[in-house]
Every structure is written in C-alpha cells, then in structure tokens.
Design a protein around this ligand. Structure first.
Ligand SMILES: Cc1ncc(COP(=O)(O)O)c(C=O)c1O
Ligand SMILES: N[C@@H](CCOP(=O)(O)O)C(=O)O
Length: 466
C-alpha cells in the first residue's frame, strides 16, 4: 500500500516508511493512496474471529508488503495478549438501543492502548531491520502519554519525550507517565495547553536542526498506524450486532478526531455504518465545524474530561482532504490559512462529504454528569467523563430505534475518580493491574512553553538516528 500526504508535496511511502515518518515532511498527514474494500461476504466471514485474528485480517491490506501475514499475525497476538479481557474490546448493553464498547482493558486503561501496544511492536520490528534509532516526540492531554510510554519503555532503539500540559491532566494520568522508570523515557510538563504542546511537536518534525541528527517519530494519531489499529474495533463491535446485514451507529467522544476518523475508514472499507456521532465537550471546534462549517480555534477551557480539552484537531485534516477530493495543494493552502488565522471555513464539498456520515453534538458539565448518573442508576455501569460525553450524544441522537448505537468507552472511570464521584456518588477503584501507582515516585521535568527550551532538552538527551 502506498501512503500519500494530505498536503501533496511529500514523498509517497510504503507502510513501514509512513509508520516511521509520523508526520509528512510537508506538514501533512499520511493516508493510504486508496481505501481497501471488503465485500459483504468477506465481512460476514469475519464474524466470530478472535480479536487478534480479526485485527490481522483488517490491517493486512494497509500493511501490504511491509510485513508478511505471519509477522503481522504474531505482532497482533503479542499486542492483544496483554489485554485483561479475553474479548479485548468487549461490548456491553445499556438498553434496547444503547451499547458500550469498552476500550479500556489494556495496560494503561484507555483506548490508546489498542493502537499503541501494536505500534510499539511495529517500531521495534522496523528499527531492528534498519538498525536505526527513533526519537519519539509526543504530546498528550493525558492518555496517549501513558499508553505510548508503556508501549516503548525500555526498548533499546527508542527514546521517548512526552509533553503534557502542566496541571491539566488527572493525577492518575500523570502518575501513569511519570512513575515509569526506564532510561529511554522522558516526561516534560510544559506551561500551556495540549494544543501548545501539539504545535511544538509538529514544529519539531519540520525543524531541520532537529531532523539533521535525529530520526524523529510520532506516537500521536498523526501517525497513520495509530488509526489503522483503531479501525478494527469498529468491525469487532458491528459484527457482534449483526453487521453486515444491519447498519450500526457509533458515538465517539472526540478531541483530536483520530478515533472517529478510524470509524470513517471502517465505513470506507465497506462496514455498514449508519452514522458517526462526533461528541465534544465545551471545547467544541469540531461541533462548530461539522454543524456550521466554522473551524476556528477558541481558547482551551479546562473540563472534567481533560483528554478532550483540544481546539486544534489534527486528524480533521485527513477528513477534509478525503471529502474535499484529495487535492493536496488546496489542502495545503487551506491549512496555511488556519495556521495563520487559527480559523477557516469548510468548503461546500467538505461539508457535504462529511454530512453523509457524521453528525455532532456538544456536552457541557451538566450533560456529562447526567449521562454518568443515568449509566449508573439505570444500568449499573460506572463510566468515565469522556465516555459520558459520548453517551449523552448517543442518547440524544434521534436515530430510529432499530439502529443500535454504540458509544465508545474510551477510558476506565478510575482514571477520573473525582469527577465520577461528584456525578454518581461512587468512587471507582483502580484495577489491580496498574499496581501501586500512588506509592511510586514521580520523575518529570518542568519547562516553559518555549520551543527552544524544549528542543534543547531533547537534543541533549536523544540518541542520533538515520
Ligand atoms: C479518554 C479519551 N477520550 C476521548 C479522546 C479523544 O480521542 P481523539 O483524540 O482520538 O478524538 C481522548 C484523547 O484522545 C481520550 O484520552
Ligand atoms: N487525548 C489525547 C490527545 C492526543 O491525541 P492523539 O490521539 O493524537 O495522540 C491524549 O490523551 O493524549
């Protein structure tokens, strides 16, 4: 499979190249040159496959010649063998229409594990082959950081520098990153928001000084391999609910648009998806973009769903590129406008293309708390604040009663015990597998939100690569 950049001016790469590149040299994001298709019969034949086998089946066309079928199968077995639930991403039922897809059974209790456990193994395989060393520079609003660190800690050919916005992640999220002791792990708390951290990361990829000596890599969802692995659980859930005979809707708590874009990819591959509901908190740039065509970044407001406190949503570019006719030059110009003005309008083609599959909804603190209470009181389920935003949108969607609506449960409630307790009166407890998180010592460096300070810190500590 060939991978092309959304901005049209970077070299075409194969899967291995795109995985190791992260962001494209022209500032764009890599996407497959075409969407692989599965027929209804092929999808029907996937029913009942164990998760790791399903994953290998769905990802093989994206991986192409970069791995043999056996190699990919072995990596999937290894990655998904670390999950605490045999189904990997089990589905539970709320009522006749509403379902919950539990994506938090991985080592760090968030959906990021589904892709990052695999990505860590892919990096190791490709870097060993090429005798290279990767310097990962990432940004997190809480969950990507811990999942990425867990996936690469102690790996010889990788250093990881993870930026989080100081004071804006939950205590559990921070500790899951900062208590990991491995010589290749570097946590940095920066002044500012997640958007500031993410902007720095993207700048690093385009900085000749950083790239002349280091091979910079990405664990954020700018890396295509992240999204590819997330496509699988849309198939897994839909197959259990009767696909391909029956259409399914998904409600996705959204920040960087990675998770819900994976749903779009599943639909492009042939999975019958009735609707993808983009659920945001009050940081609602995506809701405004999809409902009014207005993609303008306001200031980020801290909420009880901190992982979605995002106003510049990286993967939206992938959707706009695909819906807008895959015109790299036009996309580069449009994103140039956004980067200069922090605002842009969607074109009619982009709006119409998105409207075919997506709707959006915004939840405030009350909506979120109400959804947590409903799940607890009516269904006996404790859900986290991010999932609650998705559930609020799912219950409010107005979809006809014969369409099952699956809310993606993106994090374990114990990652956000205070918000859950405030809403439901119940304090969720951390599963035993995260161990003595609050007894361990933390280590991180605080830096100002200053690009030069951050890159100097990285350059001093990173191992050169090619
Ligand atoms: C718990 C949780 N829910 C939802 C999201 C939003 O996902 P995405 O950024 O892929 O839209 C995130 C962060 O990405 C998260 O950590
Ligand atoms: N919510 C995310 C933000 C980074 O998103 P990513 O999916 O692009 O890695 C987080 O938890 O860090």
């Amino acid at each position: 499979m060939d991978y092309i950049s959304t901005r049209g001016a970077a070299p075409t790469l194969d899967f291995e190249g795109a995985t190791l590149a992260g962001l494209a040299q022209d500032g764009g994001l890599y996407l497959p040159a075409h969407w692989p298709q599965f027929s209804k019969d092929e999808i029907a034949a996937m029913a009942g496959l164990p998760y790791a086998k399903l994953a290998a089946r769905i990802m093989q066309p994206f991986v192409g010649d970069s791995l043999t079928g056996e190699e990919l199968g072995a990596l999937c077995d290894q990655a998904y063998g670390r999950f605490s639930h045999a189904a990997v991403t089990p589905l539970t039922q709320f009522d006749e229409q509403q379902f919950l897809l539990e994506l938090f059974h991985g080592p760090t209790l968030a959906f990021k594990d589904v892709a990052l456990q695999l990505l860590g193994l892919l990096f190791e395989k490709f870097l060993t082959r090429s005798h290279d060393h990767l310097t990962i520079v990432g940004a997190t609003s809480g969950d990507t950081g811990s999942a990425a660190i867990d996936a690469v800690a102690g790996r010889e050919r990788i250093d990881i520098f993870m930026l989080h916005p100081k004071g804006r992640v939950s205590d559990v999220q921070r500790r899951q990153m900062t208590t990991v002791r491995a010589p290749n792990v570097h946590n940095i708390a920066i002044e500012g928001s997640f958007d500031d951290a993410q902007a720095m990361v993207k700048r690093v990829f385009r900085d000749p000084a950083m790239n002349s000596r280091l091979h910079i890599g990405a664990v954020n969802s700018i890396n295509w391999a992240r999204l590819m692995a997330q496509v699988v659980y849309y198939f897994a859930a839909a197959l259990q609910l009767g696909a391909p005979r029956r259409k399914i809707a998904f409600s996705v708590p959204t920040g960087n648009f990675g998770d819900v874009f994976a749903g779009y990819v599943a639909a492009k591959m042939g999975l019958p998806i009735e609707r993808l509901i983009v659920a945001t908190n009050i940081n609602d740039i995506l809701h405004r973009a999809l409902s009014q065509g207005d993609y303008s970044a306001g200031t980020v407001t801290a909420t009880a769903a901190p992982s979605m406190d995002i106003q510049v949503s990286s993967n939206f570019e992938r959707l706009l590129f695909d819906c807008g006719g895959r015109d790299g030059a036009a996309m580069a110009a449009q994103m140039g406008t956004f980067e200069a003005d922090k605002a842009m309008r969607l074109t009619n083609a982009q709006r119409e293309g998105a409207a075919g599959l997506f709707t959006s909804a915004r939840a405030d603190a009350n909506d979120m708390a109400r959804a947590m209470r409903w799940a607890s009181e009516a269904c006996g389920e404790i859900i986290d604040p991010h999932t609650a935003i998705g559930l609020h949108a799912a219950r409010d969607s107005g979809l006809s009663a014969d369409i099952p609506v699956v809310t993606l449960a993106t994090a374990h409630p114990a990652k956000f015990p205070d918000a859950v307790e405030r809403a439901t009166g119940q304090r969720p407890h951390l599963p035993a597998r995260v161990g003595d998180l609050f007894a361990r010592e933390e280590a991180y460096t605080e830096l100002p939100g200053d690009y030069d300070a951050v890159t100097a810190f990285i350059a001093e500590r990173a191992t050169p690569g090619s």
